[in-house]
Design a protein around this ligand. Structure first.
Ligand code: PHE
Length: 474
């Protein structure tokens, strides 16, 4: 029944709406938190160059592949793949990779929401600090002026130890996501994207300009664009490709699901280019926003996952106007995270609607509630459950707490497996005419795209899968 609802009344109202929602799905913690973290840890320039190569040669062809599956299938990720398969005269069993994508979205959301909870904490802390500074007549003070760097840095360790607070924040973020998804495509998802994404871009530009003037912009540019290829280890390449998949929301149901709401008139190829370009542009700009501030404060770019949550507040402490800018910075991350989490939830919810005939609101609260429950385990892995091991016998995960296990399993196993199957399906099994008509490409462009999907993607993604799982082979 519900397949019709997907394509029918509740689709995007315009191409712009789709583009904003898809960019909203793509631009998230992956761009503003994970990309700068990885670029910093892997030495900057060479990682960035390799990452851009992955985006153009592997990510972009897959973005187009996924949107076309959705638009043709007009349903959730699994049912859409089944439809393309049966219209191509091949086994509907290919729907399996739609299913693994949905599973990936489900698992990613469990820890994504916990990390987004940290963002809410810093919005609160920085916001309160700014208001206090403002009313005490120092609106341009640095952030957390009353604290010393050690105190600021222990805010994060204290937060991680405070599990009740982590759970409250995790719940707040989950409820916000569920509430929007429950409202539907037009009045929930589309509306959120059309307000939040423009606001996100304005903040991004403003803070980048601020960083360029008050921070060490030259050092940041050199760090990000002077490639030192000796730093490009196999593990760095592996991480870059995995990050490209994650950042563009590939292999995790989101783009197929959003593609199902796209009208027949929309030209998919230029749309895919816009999504990939915007996502990558934001990741690069996020680096140019964060590193000048980090370097100006003399901090280490390779701080790892705490870069944004521990290093940056210390940097804002010493910068003029840091109280205000720090506050705005965390609001920016929050907007990015919310438009992404909406797509993560929607990928699973639309499947439940179609599979079980559930009402949208019921599905949103049910699925979101389940994600919340598993996410509790992620929040507790930072404190009381830090010693718990889910997969103690599997070498890759033997040392990982629950949160890192879910993150690692999705990033190193589920996303590459799903992306691999997607490329094999679209490149080899799906009907050539059907695919060609959906892409709107012809001639050399079609041949090039199909070559990338059929050959480069499976080989490259297959390699990250193998080396990600068996690093000892490197
Ligand atoms: N792309 C999002 C980000 O960069 C995360 C995401 C992954 C969203 C998969 C949807 C699907 O934060």
């Amino acid at each position: 029944m519900a397949t019709a609802t997907q394509a029918g009344a509740d689709g995007w109202t315009s191409r712009t709406a789709f583009i904003l929602a898809a960019i909203g799905a793509a631009v998230g913690l992956g761009n503003v938190w994970r990309f700068p973290t990885l670029a910093g840890e892997n030495g900057g320039g060479a990682f960035v160059v390799f990452y851009i190569g992955c985006v153009i040669l592997i990510g972009l062809p897959l973005v187009l592949s996924e949107i076309l599956i959705g638009r043709h299938g007009r349903s959730d990720a699994m049912h859409s793949v089944e439809k393309v398969a049966s219209d191509s005269g091949v086994s509907r069993g290919w729907g399996l990779f739609g299913g693994t994508g949905i599973l990936a979205a489900f698992l990613i959301m469990t820890f994504y929401s916990v990390v987004a909870g940290w963002v809410i904490y810093y919005i609160g802390v920085m916001g309160w600090d700014f208001v206090a500074a403002f009313f005490s007549g120092a609106p341009f003070a640095g952030a957390l002026a009353a604290e010393n760097p050690d105190q600021i840095s222990s805010r994060m360790t204290d937060l991680f130890a405070n599990w009740p607070l982590l759970l409250v924040l995790h719940a707040m973020f989950m409820v916000a996501t569920i509430w929007i998804v429950a409202r539907g495509v037009q009045s929930g998802i589309e509306k959120a994207a059309t307000y939040l994404m423009p606001a996100f871009f304005v903040l991004l530009i403003l803070i980048t300009i601020y960083g360029a003037f008050t921070g060490n912009f030259a050092e940041a540019v050199a760090f990000m664009f002077n490639p030192d290829f000796s730093k490009l280890t196999a593990s760095a390449m592996n991480q870059a490709l995995g990050q490209a998949l994650f950042s563009m929301s590939l292999a995790s149901a989101a783009l197929i699901t959003y593609g199902a709401y796209v009208s027949r008139e929309t030209k998919l190829a230029p749309t895919a280019v816009m999504i990939a370009a915007a996502d990558t542009g934001v990741a690069i700009i996020a680096g140019l926003m964060i590193f000048p501030i980090v370097f100006a404060a003399g901090l280490d770019a390779a701080a790892g996952p705490t870069l944004v949550f521990q290093s940056l507040p210390i940097a804002f402490h010493t910068m003029p106007g840091g109280a205000l800018v720090g506050f705005l910075f965390f609001i920016l991350i929050f907007f990015a995270a919310l438009t992404s989490s909406i797509s993560l939830l929607e990928g699973v919810v639309s499947w439940c609607i179609n599979k079980f005939g559930m009402a949208r609101a019921t599905a949103a609260w049910g699925v979101g509630g389940l994600m919340f429950v598993i996410g509790i385990g992620c929040a507790l892995s930072l404190n009381v459950w830090s010693e718990f091991r889910l997969l103690p016998f599997i070498p890759n995960f033997a040392d990982n707490n629950l949160m890192d296990t879910i993150d690692g399993f999705t990033g190193q196993v589920l996303l590459p497996v799903t992306a691999l199957l997607t490329s094999i399906f679209v490149g080899w099994r799906a009907d050539r005419q059907l695919v060609m008509a959906e892409t709107g490409l012809s001639g050399g462009m079609f041949t090039l795209w199909r070559f990338l999907v059929a050959w480069l993607c499976p080989i490259a993604v297959g390699l990250i899968l193998v080396f990600g799982l068996f690093p000892a082979l490197l």
